[in-house]
Design a protein around this ligand. Sequence first.
Ligand SMILES: C[S@@+](CC[C@H](N)C(=O)[O-])C[C@H]1O[C@@H](n2cnc3c(N)ncnc32)[C@H](O)[C@@H]1O
Length: 214
Amino acid sequence: RQEICRRHSTRDYRVIAVPDPPRDRTPEAYGAEVRDWHAARAEAYEIALAEQVLDGETVGLLVWGDPSLYDSTIRVVERIRSRGLLDIDYDVIPGVSSVQVLAARHRLVLNVIGGPITITTGRRLAEEVAGGAENIVVMLDGQLACSELPGAWDIWWGAQLGTTDEELVAGRLSDVLPEIEKARARAKVARGWVMDTYLLRRAAGHRSPHRSRA
Ligand SMILES: C[S@@+](CC[C@H](N)C(=O)[O-])C[C@H]1O[C@@H](n2cnc3c(N)ncnc32)[C@H](O)[C@@H]1O
């Protein structure tokens, strides 16, 4: 983030670091834990804005990828506004999401012609498939939940997209899973963390008949 500011900011700026409140990563009630965490984040940002930002100054919150996908920044800013202690307005500047980079790297159109696309998490994948989803982008999956899926699937997988140690694998899921596991482990060793996203599509010949709309 500091490097982005250094390279691209055309105005004077200063950095205000707000430590992230701690969070239980394996809670029993996921939704409630995340809502509490957003509330704690909103409070921490509010304090920083009140104490460290002057009237009329502009603040930028740097977001990973694009804030429209699995990111809490917009919700947190809305919480601050709804608390009513600070008078703030804001714009959202779009970024490039990992989903867009995945599609571009594999030269993919995410949907089949006229068909729907489901974007979900590893946690919900089995449920979406049971509900009939056949063309699915999966994010936030630390366990490669796709390895448990019944049936024949094609996968287009990417890790550390947009970085110098990007990893890409594509093919029939049952064939390429070992390669994905190896690439995932390699990426984790290189940086100490791994972020991956993938498109799963039920293999041709195994799909339900699709009725497209004109
Ligand atoms: C908290 S979400 C943030 C998504 C982000 N707002 C975006 O636009 O991609 C984190 C998830 O995004 C995906 N992700 C983020 N950065 C990635 C990257 N560089 N390569 C692959 N997947 C990435 C992974 O699925 C990861 O678990």
